[in-house]
Design a protein around this ligand. Structure first.
Ligand code: ADP
Ligand code: S3P
Ligand code: MG
Length: 176
C-alpha cells in the first residue's frame, strides 16, 4: 500500500528515440492525468530563447548536453509531473540514474520501419540527424535501443493512434 501510494507521487518520464512522439504523447498524457507537463527541450528553448538547433549551432552539443543534464536531474526529483526527455538524454549515466531512481521511466518503443515514416517531419529540427544517410540513422537507432532497455515500463507504438498510445501508457501504469 505504502509502495503504491509513493508510486502515484512519482513523475512519469518518457524516453525513446527522437521523433517517436515523446513530446506529443507527454502533453496528451498530462492533460488526461491532470498533471503538469514539462518538455525538457521546450524548457531549454525558453531558457535560451533559441531553438534546440540554434543552441547546438551557437553553443555546441556539449553545452546542450550539460544543460540538459542539469535540468533533468532537478526535474526528475519533482513529483506528479509528466516529463518528456530529448531522445539523446538517456545516453548520460547521471540522467539515467536520477530518472530511474526518482521517476517512473516509460520507454516509447517503435520499430525502425514505422519510425522511418517520421523522417520528413522531423529532419529539419533534429541536428543529430542532419547529414546522415538512412543507413547511419538506422545504426544510431539501434545503438540507442540498447540504452533504452533501462526503463521501468515499455509501451509499443506501432500501428497505434495517439489516443490508444495514451491509453496504453495509463494501462501500463495501472498494471505495474
Ligand atoms: N501518434 C502519432 N501519430 C502520427 N504522428 C505523430 C504521432 N505522435 C507524434 N507525431 C508526429 O511526429 C513528429 C515527432 O513528434 P514529437 O512528439 O516531437 O516526438 P519526440 O518528442 O519523440 O521527438 C511530429 O511531427 C508529431 O506531430
Ligand atoms: O536524440 C537526440 O540526441 C536529440 C533529441 C531531440 O529531442 P526529441 O527526442 O524530442 O526529438 C533534442 O533533444 C535534440 O535534437 C537531440
Ligand atoms: Mg520531443
Amino acid at each position: 500500500m505504502l509502495q503504491k501510494e509513493s508510486a502515484k507521487e512519482k513523475s512519469i518520464i518518457l524516453i525513446g528515440f527522437m521523433g517517436v512522439g515523446k513530446t506529443t504523447i507527454g502533453n496528451a498524457l498530462a492533460n488526461k492525468l491532470q498533471r503538469d507537463f514539462v518538455d525538457v527541450d521546450h524548457q531549454l528553448e525558453r531558457e535560451y530563447n533559441m531553438s534546440v538547433s540554434e543552441i547546438f549551432h551557437h553553443h555546441g552539443e556539449a553545452f546542450f548536453r550539460n544543460k540538459e543534464k542539469e535540468m533533468i536531474r532537478a526535474l526528475s526529483k519533482q513529483t506528479q509531473k509528466v516529463i518528456s526527455l530529448g531522445g539523446g538524454a538517456f545516453l548520460q549515466e547521471d540522467i539515467r540514474e536520477s530518472c530511474l531512481e526518482n521517476g517512473i521511466v516509460i520507454y516509447l518503443d517503435m520499430s525502425f520501419k514505422a519510425w522511418k515514416q517520421r523522417i520528413p517531419f522531423i529532419i529539419d529540427s533534429r541536428p543529430v540527424l542532419q547529414g546522415k544517410s538512412e543507413e547511419e540513422i538506422k545504426n544510431l537507432f539501434n545503438e540507442r535501443k540498447a540504452i533504452y532497455v533501462n526503463h521501468h515500463l515499455k509501451v509499443k507504438m506501432d500501428g497505434k493512434e495517439l489516443e490508444e498510445i495514451v491509453e496504453s501508457v495509463i494501462d501500463s501504469l495501472d498494471l505495474a
